[in-house]
Design a protein around this ligand. Structure first.
Ligand code: DLZ
Length: 158
């Protein structure tokens, strides 16, 4: 939950609110399942670590990252959540497809954030290769799923 500051000295960016009364929807893409599965594990374990009850975390899958927009929109409209997290992994190929998907998902999720009532947290890895995706889904550069869970908790009930 976002806190209103009365003094700047109160500000601690590392502080994470208690999430025991929060509800989260997660929509995860099935493309590159090794990566998106690791993102999901990270997100769920971090939400639980901060108090979210397992029964208050609802996960749905969509075939590919482009479908994350629709999936997130449905969760926003019908789920009753405090925040929705999208998780996907797009890996650059030999055609411009990568750019269209990345741009489409980014714009779609941005539009949801600008027009809907709850935050949608952007957990889309857009990488040049598999190694970069592995590095960011539990490898040497952390796990974007963990980061998204923290952001979701901070943005819930803003
Ligand atoms: C078609 C496609 C391609 C080429 N690459 C990826 C990818 O790297 N990651 C991903 O999540 N999805 C990919 N897709 C599937 C699209 O997101 C989408 O599912 C299809 O275009 C059908 O709408």
């Amino acid at each position: 939950m976002a806190t209103e500051l009365h003094h700047l000295s109160d500000y601690d960016p590392k502080a994470v609110p208690d999430a025991s009364n929060m509800y989260f929807g997660i929509v995860v893409a099935e493309w590159n399942p090794e990566i998106t599965g690791a993102l999901l594990d990270g997100a769920v374990s971090t939400l639980k670590k901060h108090g979210t009850l397992p029964e208050n975390i609802h996960v749905k899958t969509v075939p590919g990252s482009f479908e994350l927009i629709y999936g997130a929109h449905q969760m926003v409209l019908h789920g009753g959540y405090d925040a929705v997290i999208i998780l996907g992994s797009v890996i650059r190929g030999e055609t411009p497809h990568f750019d269209y998907i990345c741009q489409g998902v980014t714009e779609g999720i941005a539009r949801l954030n600008a027009t809907q009532e709850i935050p949608v947290i952007y957990g889309l890895l857009t990488t040049n290769d598999l190694q970069q995706a592995q590095d960011r889904s539990g490898g040497r550069l952390g796990n974007k799923g963990d980061e998204c869970a923290i952001v979701a908790i901070k943005m819930a009930k803003f």
